[in-house]
Design a protein. Structure first.
Length: 153
C-alpha cells in the first residue's frame, strides 16, 4: 500500500472525528484525492479503535480538537437553523407544485406550518382557561358516570 500524504491523513482523521463511517471516508478519499484506501486502513486513523492506538500524537490531537469542535458547533450545520429549513421546504414545495404534485406540495406546506409553530422544538405553551379565555371556575367539576350504554348510574 502506498504511503498517504499528510493532507490525506488529515482529511481522514477529520472525517472520522465527525463520525463519518470508514466506508464513507473511503469513498470521500477516492472522490477528493483520487487515492484508493481500504476501510481497515482508514480505521487506523481513529484513535478510539484498536488499530488507531499507534496514531501519532499530532493526529490524535487533531482528532480530539475536530471532534470537540464538531460536537459544540451546531451553528455550522445549516439545517439546524429554522430559516434554512423553511427556505428548503419552500423550494421543494414550489418545485412539487410546478410538477403538478399537489399532494406533495400540500404536505410540504403543512411541514412549513409545523416548523413555524414550534412543532419540532420542546417549547410548548399550554393554556388552561375556561370558556372564551375566562378563568376556570372555583370549585369542582361535575362528573356523571355512565353505567352501560347511555344510562347514568
Amino acid at each position: 500500500m502506498t504511503t498517504l500524504s499528510d493532507e490525506v491523513k488529515t482529511f481522514i482523521v477529520q472525517q472520522l472525528a465527525c463520525f463519518d463511517a470508514p466506508s464513507a471516508v473511503v469513498s470521500a478519499v477516492k472522490d477528493e484525492f483520487g487515492v484508493s484506501v481500504t476501510r481497515q486502513a482508514v480505521e487506523a486513523y481513529d484513535p478510539n479503535k484498536v488499530q488507531g492506538q499507534r496514531l501519532s500524537e499530532e493526529l490524535k490531537l487533531l482528532f480530539t480538537a475536530t471532534r470537540e469542535r464538531f460536537l459544540n458547533d451546531q451553528a455550522a450545520i445549516g439545517v439546524s437553523h429554522r430559516m434554512v429549513r423553511l427556505r428548503r421546504i419552500e423550494r421543494m414545495a414550489n418545485k412539487a407544485e410546478a410538477q403538478g404534485n399537489m399532494g406533495l406540495a400540500a404536505n410540504l406546506l403543512e411541514q412549513a406550518a409545523r416548523e413555524c409553530g414550534d412543532a419540532f422544538t420542546n417549547k410548548r405553551q399550554n393554556e388552561v382557561s375556561g370558556k372564551d379565555g375566562q378563568p376556570l371556575l372555583a370549585g369542582g367539576i361535575a362528573v356523571t358516570f355512565i353505567d352501560g350504554p347511555g344510562r347514568p348510574s
